[in-house]
Design a protein around this ligand. Structure first.
Ligand SMILES: Cc1ncc(COP(=O)(O)O)c(C=O)c1O
Length: 435
């Protein structure tokens, strides 16, 4: 396990006390407040000093617009932006020009739909997603399919709550020759199920080869929603064999408002992926009749002023994670998940949802029998414990399983087994109050 005593010192917010001044005290001692136990990391993580400092230092010392200025501050700002970009791309095992900054995963996926989908998806083409997907990786494709009269196909889950590879095989076969995009989550935010990308990529590439003899060759592009994997595991984009990878900075100790879309250089160079935002910065020449975009891929996808401060903050988050070591980060997470599963399963009121094996990453979700998830979360909050309740932006998953709502505890590098013990104790209180 990571040394969480040391890590917590880097996260001032974690020393907060949660007081419910105006709510009815459930116990007399509640007025004294409860130490925060933050278990809502899949929604957003907390930020270490170094991230906050990188942002404030930029605004206090270096703020100026990038690229177009020749003065000292413009030069410093440009250097901060460019060095941060290099650091972040390296963290993800990507080439510098394969990283496009966006606000978050949602915007990254929208970027693919507009920059790639608009020109590559046509009538009756098929896009494959999964029931495990977050709304961000469903609604965007639904809308594209509506515009293009294309078809959105869902892969189901197994009884354990894992991505159903057999169903995937069937769908690849059934829609062979028509599939243009496979867009899947790396890790489910609702169930912690980890999709085995090696297997997925092989299946897709095999199915591409099989269709060559029968119909004209159809390239299938693969997009991975990495919102819940980037915070916990080493991503090596150039080894993954996928075409697009989307992530949010705010879930991996970085600031809100910055994320990334990684796109294989070949797609950018060949113009298969075009800019989807236009304006200043991304151009080479502008004429009244037309515009020529910047040849440099690093510039072509930066329309308008970039968020330099957040870029510096995200680079600091990557550095923080790198110093811990992503292998240690993943090991820590898996130990917490397994401990949580073991401890929660002892409670007869709790039904765990999703896989229970060592592949489960980032979170544990459950149904508290006899109480609504929102009530469960509210009682836990009165104990200082922050969890999330509801459908976690996975309504198709919840509907398919007939779950009204679930409660989710999700972890980061500063969480310890004591936090899970606090959750287990908090749930005993829930039983006392709600059952
Ligand atoms: C798997 C997954 N995809 C996409 C998103 C959307 O992330 P964002 O709100 O940062 O765009 C989330 C957020 O929880 C997520 O868990």
């Amino acid at each position: 396990m990571l040394n969480t005593d040391n890590i917590i010192r880097n996260f001032p917010i974690l020393t907060r006390v949660i007081k419910k001044e105006n709510s009815q005290a459930i116990e007399a001692n509640q007025a004294n407040g409860k130490k925060l136990v933050y278990l809502d990391n899949a929604a957003t993580s907390q930020k270490p000093y170094s991230v906050v400092e990188a942002i404030s230092s930029y605004y206090l010392n270096n703020n100026a617009n990038v690229h177009r200025g020749v003065h000292t501050l413009a030069d410093e700002s440009t250097t901060i932006f460019e060095t941060s970009k290099i650091k972040i791309a390296q963290f993800f095992g990507a080439k510098n020009n394969e990283l496009i900054f966006v606000r978050n995963t949602t915007e990254a996926i929208n970027g693919v739909a507009y920059g790639w989908g608009e020109q590559n998806i046509n009538l009756e083409d098929v896009i494959i997603v999964s029931v495990l997907d977050h709304h961000s990786n469903i609604v965007v494709w639904q809308e594209l399919c509506k515009r293009k009269k294309a078809k959105l196909v869902f892969v189901g889950i197994t009884s354990e709550g894992k991505f159903d590879e057999e169903d995937f095989d069937e769908k690849l076969k059934k829609f062979s020759g028509k599939i243009k995009m496979v867009a899947l989550p790396h890790v489910s935010n609702a169930l912690g199920s980890t999709v085995d990308l090696k297997t997925i990529v092989k299946k897709v590439r095999d199915s591409e080869k099989q269709q060559v003899d029968k119909v004209k060759s159809q390239k299938i592009r693969i997009l991975i929603d990495g919102a819940q994997s980037a915070p916990h595991m080493k991503i090596n984009f150039n080894n993954l064999g996928v075409d697009f990878f989307a992530f949010s900075g705010h879930k991996m100790l970085g600031p809100m408002g910055i994320g990334g879309l990684l796109v294989r250089e070949e797609l950018l160079k060949s113009d298969e992926m075009r800019p989807w935002l236009f304006g200043g910065g991304m151009i080479a020449e502008v004429h009244e009749s037309h515009t020529i975009f910047n040849d440099d891929i690093n510039e072509r996808f930066v329309a308008g002023t970039p968020d330099v401060a957040s870029t510096a903050g995200l680079a600091a988050a990557c550095e923080y994670m790198d110093n811990l070591g992503m292998d240690n980060v993943l090991k820590h997470d898996h130990e917490l998940v397994q401990y949580a599963l073991t401890e929660l399963e002892k409670d007869k009121n709790i039904e765990i949802v999703g896989p229970k094996d060592e592949t489960r990453t980032g979170s544990v979700s459950f149904i508290f029998k006899g109480a609504h998830a929102h009530d469960v979360a509210q009682v836990l909050d009165s104990e200082g414990i922050a969890v999330r309740s509801g459908h976690h932006c996975t309504m198709p998953l919840h509907t398919s399983q007939k779950w009204i709502a679930t409660t989710r505890a999700s972890f980061q590098v500063y969480n310890s087994k004591e936090d899970i013990d606090a959750l287990v104790d908090g749930l005993k209180k829930v039983a006392k109050i709600l059952l």
